[in-house]
Design a protein. Sequence first.
Length: 241
Amino acid sequence: MAGASVLYNTYWVRFAYGNVDHAKAVENTRRLIRAAEEAGVKRIVHVSITNPSINSALPYFKGKAEVEEAVRSSALSYAILRPAVVFGQEDILINNIAWLLRRFPIFAIPGKGDYGLQPIFVEDMAALAVKVGHERENVVMDAIGPETYKYADLVQLIRSVVDSRSRIIHLSPTLVWLASRVLGLFAHDVILTRDEVSGLMANLLVSKQSPTGEKSLRAWLRENAETIGARYASELARHYS
């Protein structure tokens, strides 16, 4: 990092795997921040998550809060961006919902599906990160798109866009998680974790702040109807192969 003035930090782990868990990710990020300080970096743009909490029972959200504390207590000026869900060409969540809807006769939603998401387009997220990277004031802001969806409505939208005939059913969160584990054995991936189900159903992927992104997920899905979900996007293959 010698000679750099701004560090853009997107490092994190979605779930514990191998010898790296969320506690290790926090430790690694603290080490990264110390290295930036020693290298003379002036500012950090850190990518967090909506609604992190040091008291959260979910390691993902608790770990994100711990990293935010490390950023705030550093010698660097900072911008902390809190995206809910990021969508785009290399997205995993939206793509794999579409993949499942294209290939299976049934798609299961945990509970009623009345919990929300506020997805932001990856290019809107990148533009925001560049903008705050050029500033000097310390800032913490949610990075969210212009639309809020109930999860069940989002699934129905994707189903319509990809012209799926999959039947949407509602199951208990535990049954959905267990089914995802079985599917994960065939996909050689972790499709969904129990903590992700809990965080989603707790409405942790929505914000009370004004939107910072402009691109409509609905419009983007229609623009990419032919390719969204055409291939499975593997978390393990992307990061651990």
